[in-house]
Design a protein around this ligand. Structure first.
Ligand code: GRF
Length: 218
């Protein structure tokens, strides 16, 4: 069967993009990263993508007078490459509702919190400050509101007493690198259905393990 052609949009480091690229190297993996686009020419992720032999494009938002004209080139580039699914991975531009609607259910994002908690930036600092004991990451379909949309995969990460923003971010990032390839695989296998704001995974074995922090010892 033909593999699903995905594009990954980045603005910086690109570690989630690399996790997706590595997953796609598996012969039986049902998707391929056909293109990496950055809006920042200096994004470190571009170098990793090129080293991995992935086609890259830089679409520098500053060169366009408004969001619409930037997104027009974005759409054109995605279309030219036959992209079927767009994965946002640390892409630091807000997309207009018309772009989001045009890619409805074909546009996903990874966010470093357990949505709908801690939408927006500085999630780890805010989770620590709020005294949460568990945080995590979410892969979700994108909707016009920021960090909104049906959640496909989440992972919970306990907040430890000696955590600071950096240590917490590092542990959440490890889970991001597992969640994003899983979400891509489920979508590419055609197992994901969206009903309202909920995602149902055909044949998905839900984990019944409960993560309690602190544990009650049972
Ligand atoms: C990740 O924490 C992701 O959840 C957030 O931005 C960060 C991007 O990191 N949206 P990277 O560029 O994938 O390394």
């Amino acid at each position: 069967m033909a593999k699903l052609k995905a594009a990954v949009l980045i603005s910086g480091r690109g570690s989630n993009m690399t996790a997706l690229v590595n997953a796609c190297k598996g012969r039986s993996f049902p998707a391929t990263v056909a293109l990496v686009i950055s809006n920042e020419p200096s994004a470190a992720g571009l170098v990793s993508a090129e080293a991995a032999g992935i086609a890259t494009a830089v679409i520098e938002h500053r060169r366009y007078p408004d969001r619409e004209s930037f997104e027009q080139i974005l759409t054109q580039t995605l279309t030219e490459h036959g992209i079927e699914l767009v994965c946002l991975a640390g892409f630091m531009r807000i997309l207009t509702p018309s772009f989001v609607e045009a890619w409805r259910d074909r546009l996903i994002n990874i966010h470093p919190s357990l949505l709908p908690a801690f939408k927006g930036l500085n999630t780890h600092a805010r989770a620590l400050e709020a005294g949460a004991r568990i945080t995590g990451c979410s892969v979700h379909f994108v909707r016009p509101e920021m960090d909104d949309g049906p959640v496909i995969v989440q992972a919970a990460v306990p907040i430890l007493a000696d955590d600071d923003e950096e240590t917490l971010a590092a542990r959440v990032l490890e889970m991001e690198h597992r969640c994003y390839p899983l979400a891509l695989r489920l979508i590419a296998e055609g197992r994901v259905r969206i009903i309202g704001n909920r995602v149902f995974v055909e044949g998905g074995a839900p984990s019944t393990a409960v993560l309690m922090n602190p544990s009650d010892g049972n």
